[in-house]
Design a binder for this molecule. Structure first.
Ligand SMILES: O=C(O)C[C@H](NC(=O)Cc1c[nH]c2ccccc12)C(=O)O
Length: 437
């Protein structure tokens, strides 16, 4: 029997090819039409049982969905860019989720691995010193860029699928590979949980690469996720002649500006870290018109669910107060949410022990004391834990050309085979796990 390292080594050219293809055709959240069809095709060819689209995504639990026109236009764009027509109907309308199952036929637990597939709303750098630009695989989709390594995550998911299928005679239990849409803005995981995608998972592992962790280091149980709420706020005022009759106007721009300044002051909480960000402020239509409309895209975060909930409630009061100051209407829409969550220690210990034994990492740690980002995989972790299962979140450190969410973000592709090696090892050696279930 060929060892795992040989299977992974044989995959190297494919890993780079997949990653660069996904990177080139970056697709933002709920619009991963091309990516999802290619992933489905690969998994189908490998022999996985597939559940697709509405089977794994609850329509009503989707948050922050683009509007109908954008969904249609982006699906057409994906088809022009090589999305596979035989799979597209499953994902049509913003259902780009996939769960691939391998039943080994031998008794054992259900092992779930989750990767995400979406890009960010960002224009990729066109500078000559940006490697994806220089090597011709920078994003060809305006305003969409893989600047958080989900192209790498999707590739790791496919690589893991390949090696596990190749070694299926050495596995027992069930393998479930979860390809999630719309992690950015924390919008997709909740809808997969609502559809029951992780209801039978006994041991759950989600992953991220980079995030400031040094190359060669693996964090086996990242627990520093901030709870977060994402909201859009629409202010509606009354337009008026700015010179002739300004007193007849109700200024939505000023309400949005006041709200923005006040919102950014809402970060005091005795319970720990709290954050607020207004990432977008759009208002008004013309120079000499009292602005009758404004939009804010806002997020609150907190070190615990309670801190975030408190800050969110204060944010709602600030928004209502700012609207009242200027006599304008306000409407708040929930666009995304995620929880804080801690991994289960027995599973972290097992991952730690397996990572140590592999001998391919310079440093293996349980956790990092860094207030980091947010993650909606926390919904999946919570669901698995609720049922008494094990759950963790593993970060694979790697060198980055620039920080996450930056136009020059790029990661060292050598992290992908190492990630696949550890995840495949967890599945191959699961019988050594001493914890519950
Ligand atoms: O809230 C979101 O939209 C999710 C998004 N998630 C990430 O960026 C992933 C992430 C989690 N932890 C870290 C730490 C550093 C960079 C990125 C991350 C974020 O926090 O803005």
């Amino acid at each position: 029997m060929r060892p795992l390292s040989e299977h992974v080594c044989a995959l190297l050219p494919k890993l780079q090819q997949w990653r660069r293809d996904f990177h080139h055709y970056a697709e933002s959240g709920w619009l991963e039409f091309r990516t999802a069809t290619l992933v489905a095709e690969e998994l189908h060819k490998l022999g996985y049982q597939l559940e697709l689209g509405r089977e794994v995504i609850d329509a009503d639990a989707r948050m922050g969905l683009p509007d109908e026109a954008v969904l249609k236009q982006q699906e057409a764009r994906a088809l022009q860019q090589g999305a596979l027509p035989q799979w597209i109907s499953h994902f049509s309308g913003g259902f780009c989720g996939i769960v691939a199952t391998l039943e080994t036929g031998r008794p054992g637990p259900v092992m779930g691995f989750r990767v995400d597939m979406d890009a960010l709303d960002l224009n990729e750098s066109q500078a000559g010193d940006h490697l994806p630009q220089r090597e011709g695989f920078a994003s060809c989709n305006a305003g969409m860029m893989h600047a958080c390594a989900h192209d790498g995550h999707t590739t790791i998911g496919l690589g893991l699928a390949s090696v596990l299928m190749a070694m299926k005679d050495e596995l027992s239990g069930t393998i479930k590979l979860i390809f999630q849409p719309a992690e950015e803005g924390v919008r997709g995981a909740k809808a997969m949980v609502a559809a029951g995608a992780v209801d039978d998972v006994d041991r759950f592992t989600a992953i991220h690469i980079g995030t400031g962790v040094p190359a060669g280091e693996v964090v086996c149980g990242s627990d520093s996720f901030l709870a977060t709420t994402k909201l859009d706020v629409h202010f509606t005022g009354v337009g008026a002649h700015a010179g002739g009759r300004p007193e007849e106007g109700r200024n939505a721009l000023l309400a949005a500006a006041q709200a923005t300044l006040a919102l950014h002051g809402l970060t005091q909480h005795s319970g720990g870290v709290a954050r607020v960000n207004v990432g977008v402020l759009q208002a008004g239509t013309g120079r000499n018109v009292v602005a009758d409309c404004a939009l804010l895209k806002v997020e609150t975060r907190g070190v615990t669910n309670q801190v975030n909930d408190d800050i969110y409630q204060q944010a709602l009061r600030v928004i209502a107060g700012a609207a009242a100051m200027y006599g304008v209407e306000q409407q708040v829409s929930l666009m995304g949410a995620a929880r804080s969550c801690t991994p289960t220690q027995p599973w972290v210990d097992f991952i730690h022990q397996q990572a140590d034994a592999l001998g391919i990492f310079d440093s293996v740690v349980d956790r990092k004391a860094q207030a980091a980002g947010s993650e909606d995989a926390t919904y999946m972790m919570e669901r698995v834990k609720q049922r008494g299962g094990q759950a963790s979140y593993v970060i694979f450190g790697c060198d980055l050309a620039a920080g996450h969410h930056n136009a020059k973000f790029d990661f060292d592709e050598r992290v992908m085979p190492d990630a696949i090696t550890l995840l495949a090892t967890l599945a191959l050696n699961q019988a050594q796990f001493g914890g519950s279930r």
